[in-house]
Ligand binder design. Structure first.
Ligand code: CTP
Length: 421
């Protein structure tokens, strides 16, 4: 499980619990954080106390959960300021549509919303609600606004909801929430700091991610092992730094990153079409997708029957378009292009030649056979190849951290190319 650098020991977490049926899962979250050594201060909304008794949290966290903004115990003043100042992290799980709306509006009518406004700690929300409420434009806009401010949203997931209907709205898993919380603590930026340091504010970033699927017949396809995690990490990181992000992804089992415009495609041809459509309006392209290089020359209109191929089946493959090279051929001077190179024997000379051939400013080279790097892994070890020919090897780190390293270089490149709007 992902933990903050140095672990959870001594980290001061304000756990906001709001009035959703998923509030019972916050009990497990409080227990896990406390077990890991974090000092957990639960702040509940009034509605949350209808679902879970404060006593439950008190027994698990060894602290009295706070509910009231007024009526502080004798000797205790300005409770929200105190709670907010003490925090290393404000984690709101579950977060209802109502709390998201209040946060997005800057309201401060209870202890939790006051804490949100008064804290300088990073803020993570784990939304959980009814599917229709989640998909409502009001909630979507509130989430997008909060994402623009640097609030990290984890989930919700797709699954059976309390109403018995399937859909998006389920609280993310405890592990996912803890991982997002750990990442936020490591970055350590509160929203005010974030607003000052968002170095990609207003920059339009186009990211591709995941594999493509090339159909053989209506039920079979050729694909590769890409999980999409690297591209999604770039999209999330760019969003967190203030960019307007469009993510074109092949088929992956990952939820849409909040505040990011996501376009889901299947084949290399569809990915090409989507990227061509959005390329002209972008300032930065990060091409992390593992696009198929070959596709069946012919796609059988009906399922291929084995009885008709007693001797075996020969598939003829044709080349797909090289999307990155094509886009690089159309680039405007202000655009910054980043490519990836997935190799199984990382040879620097070859990689340098690939960077030049693709016409990109930066090529992110990774040896997918190396332990801890590559497709399904949570971590990656990459070498950044610059236009100058300089090779910059980075240590093994989370894909999120790799994403930020790449974006740090992008910020430098933008400063020299100067984006137009
Ligand atoms: N790429 C692309 N279109 C393709 C294949 C790759 O745009 N049809 C992009 C990838 O997204 C990546 C870069 O090109 O950013 C390099 O991909 P990689 O698979 O490493 O290289 P290839 O060009 O496919 O060359 P080879 O497989 O021969 O190494």
């Amino acid at each position: 499980m992902r933990r903050p650098e140095g672990g959870w020991q001594g980290k001061r977490v304000v756990l906001g619990v709001t009035g959703s049926i998923a509030a019972y899962k916050a009990v497990e979250l409080a227990r896990r954080l406390t077990q890991e050594g974090a000092q957990v201060q639960v702040v509940m909304t009034r509605a949350a106390t209808r679902f879970i008794a404060p006593l439950t949290f008190r027994e698990l966290t060894y602290r009295e959960p706070l509910v009231d903004l007024f009526d502080p115990p004798p000797g205790e003043l300005m409770r929200h300021v105190h709670v907010a100042e003490e925090a290393d992290l404000l984690l709101i799980a579950p977060a209802t549509a109502n709390i998201l709306a209040k946060m997005a509006a800057g309201l401060a009518d209870d202890l939790l919303t006051c804490t949100f406004l008064a804290t300088q700690a990073p803020v993570v929300v784990a939304p959980a609600m009814n599917r229709i409420m989640y998909l409502h434009p009001a909630t979507q806009e509130n989430l997008a606004k909060l994402a623009r401010w640097g609030v990290v949203a984890v989930g919700p997931e797709w699954g059976p909801l309390a109403t018995g209907i399937e859909g998006p709205g389920r609280l993310a898993s405890i592990d996912q929430i803890l991982a997002a919380a750990a990442e936020a603590i490591d970055r350590g930026q509160g929203l005010v700091q974030w607003a000052e340091s968002a170095d990609l504010k207003g920059v339009r970033v186009l990211v591709s991610a995941g594999p493509t699927r090339e159909a053989i017949d209506p039920v079979r396809f050729l694909t590769n092992r890409s999980s999409g995690k690297m591209g999604f990490a770039v999209a999330r990181a760019a969003r967190a730094r203030g960019a307007e992000v469009t993510l074109v992804t092949g088929p992956v089992a990952l939820a849409d990153p909040p505040g990011v415009r996501v376009i889901r495609v299947e084949s290399a041809a569809q990915m090409r079409a989507a990227l061509l459509e959005h390329f002209l309006q972008c300032d930065v392209l990060v091409m992390a997708a593992a696009v198929a290089d070959f596709r069946p020359r012919q796609q059988a209109p009906a399922k291929i029957k084995k009885g008709e191929h007693q001797e075996g089946l020969r598939l003829e493959l044709e080349r797909t378009e090289d999307i990155l090279t094509e886009l690089a051929g159309q680039r405007a001077p202000h655009q910054v292009l980043v490519g990836f190179a997935a190799e199984t024997n990382a040879d620097l000379a070859q990689a340098r030649a690939k960077r030049a051939a693709k016409g990109v400013d930066l090529l992110v080279l990774n040896d997918v056979l190396e332990p801890g790097a590559g497709f399904e892994s949570e971590t990656n070890r990459v070498t950044l190849l610059h236009r100058s020919g300089q090779a910059e090897p980075l240590p093994l780190m989370s894909k999120e951290a790799v994403a930020h390293q790449i974006l740090d270089r992008v910020v430098q490149l933008l400063a020299t190319s100067g984006p137009t709007s």
